[in-house]
Write a protein that binds this ligand. Structure first.
Ligand SMILES: Cc1cc2nc3c(=O)[nH]c(=O)nc-3n(C[C@H](O)[C@H](O)[C@H](O)COP(=O)(O)OP(=O)(O)OC[C@H]3O[C@@H](n4cnc5c(N)ncnc54)[C@H](O)[C@@H]3O)c2cc1C
Length: 469
């Protein structure tokens, strides 16, 4: 007897299994419902993603121009049972996307405005704005705002999962700084969600992509003259024999509110090396004092500088390069174990012997958590508030034939971190996760409540592409 999967496969190959409308009829059905600024296309390559590994492959792309366009597209897709996915910056690296040819990608990039209230204490950020756009608007308006640290990433793509950023020692996570959301829900309604809608407000801040498409968010901001919006930041470069000293020093460093520190294994001029980036919101002298234990190890190069906020992220622009394959494995951990990091270095340099892998990078992000932890963990569904360090390994190469080798390298890296993570259970920041994690790993103890709310707000599970509940 033919299995149902086999039968479906046969029907699909004959083009018969799918009840979804053909592309042409999606166009003719939908175009009249959209604003004149919106457009529909069928060439996904025009909207490249950061990583091609496990990327969605939509047959139709609807580029929206208004929040009503988002609403009309969601209503249409739901009514026709068409799978869909919102795309903002396109950097979501989860390899778990299932959207295929019959699916619709809702390209939010047209909703990229950032505007400020008259007193500059609130910013309204469009659901398609990328971090660079938010920072540039803020800086030009004498405003300081919390964002992530890479210019190319979607501001809300990052923020709805939690939102780490340079200023979080002062302000907490992005989820702690939102004041309201305009959201298109699974039932097709466009609603404003504030703390008064307790359940939805909680769910959106940590698991946002599972509950709706946020067309705009109001976020706290701080009026601040450009001259005061500066930090001492940049790179301290170490030879590999210093790995044990560097990792032990990061383990021992108490990060105050103005500080963060990242560790990288990357290549420079074709050679693997160790980079520590430091960030100090304040003067260079105070920054050098705060990071004295790291500087005393003796970097072979120092590329730090005093920079204004609109230049803080420039050093990471290389990571923004879109395209190629970048399977990325990640784990949260509480303690650096120097011998583990020697092993990771050895595995990393061995992986680099594969062809065209020189952009492969290992990263650990370490932020000051005091402010974030002063805000109760029960206030949002974001589950990573208590994690000291987030490590990830980006295997970066053009050719799919290396996938198996890259997955072995990445999963081994994750296993090494998990083995000594000092945590009660495996944990990973949802926005850094590979895609094969259980809900418990990314949502931790919030999993059950999220699942209950999912049944209430999205009973047919139409928002099902991002660490599905
Ligand atoms: C180079 C690089 C740098 C990074 N830096 C940081 C950082 O500094 N801080 C940090 O916290 N994370 C960072 N990340 C991780 C980042 O948070 C995730 O990759 C995030 O998912 C990217 O969002 P995006 O909009 O670019 O991607 P997308 O793939 O467009 O979106 C990711 C997911 O979010 C959903 N989504 C996006 N926008 C909306 C919206 N408006 N409403 C509802 N759902 C939405 C999408 O449907 C998708 O499921 C970085 C990632 C990369 C690749």
């Amino acid at each position: 007897m033919r299995s149902s999967t086999g039968l479906l496969g046969l029907l699909a190959s004959l083009g018969m299994a799918c009840a979804h409308p053909a592309r042409g009829s999606i166009d003719s059905d939908l175009i009249g419902k959209l604003s004149t600024g919106a457009s529909i296309s069928h060439n996904a390559s025009v909207f490249p993603r950061w990583s091609e590994f496990g990327a969605p492959h939509p047959g139709t792309i609807v580029s929206v121009a208004t929040e009503a366009d988002v609403q009309a597209t969601v209503q249409y897709c739901v009514s026709k049972n068409i799978p869909f996915l919102a795309q903002n910056g396109g950097h979501g690296w989860s390899g778990a996307f299932t959207l295929g040819e019959s699916g619709v990608l809702i390209n939010l990039r047209g909703l990229n405005n950032t505007v400020f209230s008259a007193d500059k204490t609130q910013a309204t950020i469009g659901g398609g704005a990328i971090i660079q756009e938010v920072i540039n608007q803020a800086y030009a308006n004498d405003v300081q705002i919390l964002t992530g640290n890479c210019n190319c990433v979607g501001a809300l793509g990052a923020g709805l999962g939690g939102g780490y950023g340079n200023l979080m020692g002062l302000y907490g996570f992005s989820v702690d700084n939102y004041l309201s959301f305009n959201v298109v829900l699974a039932n097709g309604s466009l609603v404003t969600v504030t703390p008064e809608q307790e359940d939805l407000w909680w769910a959106l801040r940590g698991a946002g992509p599972n509950f709706g498409i946020v067309t705009s968010a109001v976020m706290k901001s701080t009026p601040l003259a450009q001259a005061d919006n500066v930090a001492w930041t940049g790179g301290l470069w170490f030879t590999e024999d210093k790995i044990e000293q560097v990792t032990q020093a990061i383990e021992d460093l108490k990060l105050e509110a103005h500080m963060n520190i990242f560790l990288y294994f990357l290549t420079s001029n074709g050679e693997p090396t160790v980079l520590v980036t430091v960030f100090y919101y304040g003067t260079e002298a105070d920054g050098r004092e705060a990071f004295k234990s790291i500087i005393d190890i003796g970097p072979y190069d120092d590329t730090t500088a005093v920079l204004p906020q609109n230049e803080w992220n420039a050093g990471a622009d290389g990571f923004c390069t879109k395209g190629e394959r970048k399977p990325t494995y990640s784990a949260g951990f509480d303690h650096f174990v120097p011998t583990t990091w020697r092993q990771i270095w050895n595995d990393y340099t061995e992986f680099l012997t594969n062809p065209n892998t020189s952009a492969t990078t290992v990263v650990v992000e370490c932020y000051s958590l005091d402010k974030a932890q002063s805000i109760g963990s029960e206030t949002a569904s974001f589950a990573n508030r208590d994690i000291r360090f987030n490590g990830f390994a980006i295997s970066w190469y053009p050719d799919a034939s290396l996938d198996a080798t890259a997955k072995a390298f990445g999963s081994n890296f994750r296993n090494l971190l998990r083995a000594d993570d000092g945590l009660a259970s495996n944990r990973t920041y949802v926005n850094f996760a590979f895609g094969d994690e259980t809900n418990q790993v990314v949502y931790n103890n919030n999993t059950q409540r999220l699942r209950q709310l999912k049944k209430k707000y999205d009973p047919k599970n139409v928002f099902n592409q991002w660490f599905d509940l």
